[in-house]
Design a protein around this ligand. Structure first.
Ligand SMILES: [Zn+2]
Length: 127
């Protein structure tokens, strides 16, 4: 008899524990890798040019070589204009994806210590 997928090691790739052990820099690189892959190429959210854009390390943002637009790892996503650390958003993703039977925004807000509206706006929960 085969093991249920949710009991396998493959289902445990992103845990809240792993996320909370990340540094801010590691969280940034994880976000970047999930969005654009492990290489140096990133895509401008305005003109769509994929390449090695100018990286502004002090701001952790890129400036597009073609259109000059400045963008971050969260530009064009639901996490744009974020105020919380990236780790909190990764934790929200981990909590939500690991909740097999769904998750309420109220529970997510209590787990993360953020307001209900913040958890709701993340767009990943039902009320
Ligand atoms: Zn551009």
């Amino acid at each position: 008899m085969s093991q249920h997928f949710l009991l396998s090691a493959k289902a445990r790739t992103l845990s809240v524990r792993k996320v909370m052990e990340l540094t801010d820099d590691q969280a940034f690189h994880l976000f970047k890798e999930v969005r654009w892959g492990s290489g140096d190429n990133v895509a401008c959210p305005i003109c769509g040019t994929v390449g090695k854009h100018y990286f502004i390390s002090t701001r952790q943002q890129w400036r597009c070589k073609d259109c000059g637009h400045t963008f971050s790892v969260t530009s064009g996503t639901i996490f744009a204009f974020h105020k919380l650390p990236l780790r909190v958003y990764l934790a929200a993703i981990a909590i939500y994806t690991n909740a097999v039977k769904g998750l309420s925004a109220l529970q997510l807000s209590r787990d993360l210590g953020v307001q209900y509206k913040t958890a709701f706006v993340l767009g990943v929960c039902r009320t």
